[in-house]
Design a protein around this ligand. Structure first.
Ligand code: 3PY
Length: 253
């Protein structure tokens, strides 16, 4: 049985006090209203990780996640944040390879492979993002492109390691645009990703890997997306900044 996960990617939003406020609201709503087995992950900006971690401490179904990490273990990399630092403030998940990082910070599949290795060595769970641009989809190369992202960043892992990975499919054309993939488009890609994983690691292993959908997911479309057999939850952008919307998404399972 694979885990159902709803992760909130707060991106570069919320000051420390705003982050504390939002996290407290989510904790209270989840406590009062969520009785399913969904694992909730809050991914605030680095500076709020520790404080948010303290606020969610008592809620076993809410975990702390970071939005990125550096691809080297430590050293003279001014301004960067290492995997060990994230672990030391209580993170248990780390989003890597978000399309905004690939696009604005030129992250490569090879760097992401390094991040995956460091995270797994520290026993943190990567939420590995993949997804195609509109142009790639229109050219009909979207499956090949996303398959290659997985192959180049993850397929060096052995079977015991791959089961620790959470995958988030986020079509770039649906991020911050208000456009969502239809549930049929999401299911088609998720099924293809699972097949690709099964080709390398076997069907049983692939069946245990959670694949989340991301890209303008909201309370209005979450139920239909989460009803797809290969959609195991969501990586939520804008809608995770409002406790009511985020909780309603969690309740959409
Ligand atoms: C979005 O929903 O826009 C996201 O990028 C989630 O990571």
């Amino acid at each position: 049985m694979r885990k159902k996960i709803v992760a909130g990617n707060w991106k570069m939003n919320k000051t420390l006090s705003e982050a504390q406020q939002l996290a407290s609201e989510v904790v209270n709503m989840v406590k009062d209203e969520v009785n399913s087995d969904v694992q909730v992950v809050l991914c605030p900006p680095f500076i709020s990780l520790y404080a948010v971690g303290k606020l969610i401490e008592s809620q076993s179904n809410i975990s702390l996640g970071a939005q990125n990490c550096y691809h080297k273990a430590s050293g003279a990399f001014t301004g960067e944040v290492s995997v060990d630092m994230l672990k030391s403030v209580g993170a248990s998940y780390v989003i890597i390879g978000h399309s905004e990082r690939r696009q604005y910070f030129n992250e490569t599949n090879a760097q992401l492979a390094e991040k995956v290795n460091l995270l797994l060595a520290a026993q943190l769970q990567p939420i590995f993002c993949c997804g195609e641009s509109l142009e790639q989809r229109e050219k009909g190369i979207h499956f090949d492109f996303v398959r290659q992202q997985l192959t180049e960043s993850l397929f060096h892992l052995d079977t015991s390691q791959i089961q620790k990975i959470v995958i988030a499919y986020e079509p770039i054309w649906a991020i911050g645009t208000g456009k969502t993939a239809t549930s049929a488009q999401a299911q088609e890609m998720h099924a293809m990703l699972r097949k690709h994983l099964a080709g390398k690691y076997g069907e049983q292993m692939a069946d245990n890997i959670s694949i989340l959908y991301g890209g303008s997911a909201n309370p209005g479309n979450a139920r239909e997306l989460f009803a797809c057999p290969d959609v195991d939850g969501g990586l939520i952008g804008g809608a995770s900044l409002k406790s009511r919307d985020f909780t309603d998404i969690i309740k959409s399972f």
